[in-house]
Design a protein around this ligand. Structure first.
Ligand SMILES: [Cu+2]
Length: 423
């Protein structure tokens, strides 16, 4: 939406349309000017009505795409960019908007990575049997230095991008990394969504129903317990492209539905087992509905608040949209902070994490893609204490992908080595 009057009318109409039962205040909006001079109208407060919030999210995402497109029209910005132009810009899309052919091409490429030999030496990670496992192993090894750290957002951006590159360069995939809009599945229910309905064009469905499951209990380390309900599955995934896949690594810190957790040492040994899921719409609706997503984008004014809100302030009782997505998937390795990339849907979840960051960054692009866009240190909640993350901090994905890069290269999706946006 680039025409301000039209946008204003649309938003006004939506505000009025949602006001049927009782008068509600008109949505607060602000007018923003794009680099090429066009103006756009954006919400400033998330609507508590999730269907209105869903439209707000669409408006914010359109703004971010328009903004990026608009910078391409500026001759001066072209030199700053590492060869990213409108003609080679790739567009990442929501899973449900892909054609059946595109969806099947994506899962076929993921299965191809699972069938290709690992690059990681078995002396380092004995359980890493495939190229897909190279990524899981790297995530396990670095878990304590990439979550609740200054590198969290950028590390996962590079990780997801590298996985997309592996699909393309090693498995003949010609599309882009799709994402999972949590706001949509919160509305429809996860089980029936195009991502999780278990059809041939899905990312595989639920796990088989397991009776007698209880709650997942988060907390520990002196924090109050946080109970998450069980989902509608719990057992092995039985349908769709990944029904026969093997999870080779882990578990390391797998939350079980009896309040305990499970590990297999460091998780690096060979431990083949089925992929389990426990799809949990209630968790999706509580922590990652459209209102939560729009709040995630509109409320935090600095990156510290942005990344803490996203991962959940410890002890707050809120696990954020990041935890919300992971615990909506559930199962094994879905509930394992270390091994979660062992479920291929991880990359759709982290696509949306990255999209959310990208939108938030675009709202104040200079500040949020520069040094001010980094906060935190190199260790989980700074424990043990470590040096601040800076633009010069190096990110190394090990045998999953290369080469090591600095944070500086990861802050923008269009002005460093990356060249993509989201629709
Ligand atoms: Cu992670």
């Amino acid at each position: 939406m680039r025409v301000s009057i039209l946008s204003a009318l649309t938003l006004l109409f939506r505000a009025l349309a949602s006001a049927a039962p009782a008068p509600v205040p008109q949505e607060a909006v602000s007018t923003t000017t794009l680099p090429d001079g066009a103006t756009t109208v954006l919400p400033v407060v998330a609507s508590t009505n999730t269907s209105v919030a869903s439209d707000q999210l669409d408006d914010l995402a359109s703004f971010a795409a328009d903004y990026t497109n608009s910078t391409f029209n500026e001759a001066s910005s072209k030199q700053k960019r590492g060869g990213c132009t409108l003609s080679n810009l790739s567009i990442r899309r929501e899973w449900g908007t892909l054609s059946a052919t595109e969806q099947e091409a994506y899962t076929k490429a993921a299965l191809c990575l699972q069938a290709k030999q690992a690059k990681t030496p078995s002396s380092l990670i004995p359980g890493a049997k495939s190229r897909f496992d190279d990524f899981v192993g790297t995530h396990i090894n670095q878990t304590m230095t990439i979550h609740y750290t200054g590198t969290f957002l950028a590390w996962h951006r590079y990780f997801t991008w590298s996985y997309e590159q592996a699909l393309r360069n090693e498995c003949g995939y010609t599309g882009t990394q799709p994402y999972w809009n949590w706001g949509k599945t919160a509305e429809t229910g996860v089980e029936s969504s195009p991502i999780f309905d278990g059809s041939a064009t899905s990312m595989s469905g639920n796990g088989a129903y397991v009776a007698g499951e209880g709650n997942v209990v988060l907390g520990g380390n002196g924090l109050p317990d946080l109970l998450l309900p069980r989902g509608s599955g719990g057992g092995c995934v039985t349908s769709g492209p990944f029904k026969d896949m093997k999870v080779n690594l882990g578990p390391v810190s797998l939350g079980l539905t009896n309040g305990t957790s499970e590990s297999n040492g460091d998780g690096l040994s060979y431990n083949p087992r089925c992929l389990k899921r426990d799809l949990t719409t209630a968790v999706n609706q509580k922590y990652a509905n459209a209102t939560a997503i729009v709040n995630q984008i509109l409320k935090p004014k600095d990156v510290y608040d942005f990344q803490m809100t996203m991962q959940g302030y410890p002890g707050s009782g809120n696990i954020g949209v990041h935890g919300g997505g992971h615990y909506t998937i559930g199962g094994d390795p879905g509930r394992d902070l270390f091994v979660s990339p062992g479920d291929p849907v991880f990359y759709l979840h982290h696509g949306m994490i990255d999209r959310t960051w990208w939108i938030w960054q675009t709202l104040d692009i200079q500040e949020r893609t520069g040094a001010q866009g980094i906060s935190g240190t190199g260790t989980f909640l700074d424990s043990p204490p470590s040096a601040n993350t800076t633009l010069d901090t190096v990110i190394d994905l090990g045998y999953a992908a290369g080469p090591p890069v600095t944070m500086r290269d990861l802050m923008s999706t269009t002005s460093g080595p990356f060249c993509y946006i989201y629709l």
